[in-house]
Ligand binder design. Structure first.
Ligand code: MG
Ligand code: MG
Length: 246
C-alpha cells in the first residue's frame, strides 16, 4: 500500500510521539525501577501528545509498551519486575495520531552489563540500520531480511524466525510481513510511499523461541540473551525516511 503525502505527514507525527516515548522510558529505566513504572512514563507521553495507544487492548494486551528483560525476546507485559544492575531491557512502544500508527523498539543496558550483552545490543541495532538501508525504490523487500541476517550471523548471533516486521499505516500490523532473514524469495518491489516497521530480534544463542504461560512473553528457548530494535520507515524517492527518531 502506498501512502499519500497527507498520510505520511500523520505517520511522521505518530513517529515523533514514539521517539519521545523512547527518550523518556530510556531515562526512567534504572536499577530498582519496575517495568510498570516505565509503562506509566510512556502513558504520560501519549496523554501529553494527544496520541492513543495501539498496544493497549491489542488482543487484550494490558499496557502501552512491551518490556522484555534479558532472555525475553518480545511482548513482555509491564508489571512487578524490578530492574537490576546488569540487566538488558527491550522496550517496544507505539502510538496512533489521527488514525495513523508508529511502532519502534530499542534494547538498553541497565547499569553495568556483560561484554556479550553490550555486543548483542550493538550488533542488533546495526542489523536494523543495515535493513533500513535496503528500503529503496525499486529494491525488493526481502533484501531487508538478507541484510539483517548477514550482520547478525557474521557476529555469531542468530535471528528469530517466528516474529517478523510488517507494513504499517492505518493498522499497526499490515501486510506484507518483513522477515529478518532471507526467506528464499525476493518479495515485493518497493515503491515510494510504502511504510514498514523493520524489527530484528537477535539472540545470543540459538534462534528458537518459547512462549510463557501468560500468553504473551516470548523468551529464548536456550535461556540466553535477546535484543530487539525497530523503526517505522517510509520508502521515498530520496531514500528511506525514518519516522521514529526525534
Ligand atoms: Mg514494535
Ligand atoms: Mg512492530
Amino acid at each position: 500500500m502506498r501512502r499519500s503525502a497527507d498520510e505520511l505527514a500523520k505517520m511522521r507525527r505518530a513517529g515523533r510521539v514514539v521517539a519521545e516515548m523512547h527518550e523518556k522510558t530510556r531515562a526512567a529505566a534504572r536499577p530498582g525501577v519496575t517495568t510498570r513504572q516505565i509503562d506509566a512514563v510512556a502513558r504520560d507521553v501519549l496523554e501529553r501528545r494527544g496520541a492513543t495507544s495501539n498496544f493497549l487492548g491489542y488482543h487484550g494486551f494490558p499496557a502501552v509498551i512491551c518490556t522484555s528483560p534479558n532472555d525475553m525476546i518480545v511482548h513482555g507485559i509491564p508489571g512487578d519486575y524490578r530492574l537490576e544492575d546488569g540487566d538488558i531491557l527491550s522496550v517496544d512502544c507505539g502510538a496512533i495520531i489521527e488514525g495513523y500508527h508508529g511502532d519502534a523498539a530499542y534494547t538498553m543496558a541497565v547499569g553495568d552489563v556483560s561484554a556479550e550483552a553490550r555486543r548483542l545490543i550493538e550488533v542488533t541495532e546495526r542489523s536494523l540500520w543495515a535493513g533500513i538501508e535496503q528500503l529503496k525504490v525499486g529494491n525488493r523487500l526481502h533484501e531487508v531480511g538478507r541484510a539483517v541476517q548477514s550482520v547478525a550471523e557474521d557476529a555469531g548471533f542468530s535471528v528469530v524466525r517466528e516474529y517478523v516486521g510488517h507494513a504499517i499505516g492505518t493498522a499497526m500490523h499490515e501486510q506484507p510481513q518483513v522477515p529478518n532473514y532471507w526467506p528464499g524469495t525476493p518479495g515485493p518491489t518497493l515503491k515510494a510511499g510504502m511504510v514498514f516497521a523493520v524489527e530484528p530480534m537477535v539472540n545470543a544463542g540459538g534462534p528458537e523461541t518459547r512462549q510463557l504461560d501468560d500468553g504473551w512473553s516470548v523468551v529464548t528457548a536456550d535461556g540466553r540473551l535477546s535484543a530487539h530494535f525497530e523503526h517505522t520507515i517510509a520508502v521515498t524517492d530520496a531514500g528511506p525516511e525514518v519516522f521514529t527518531v526525534p
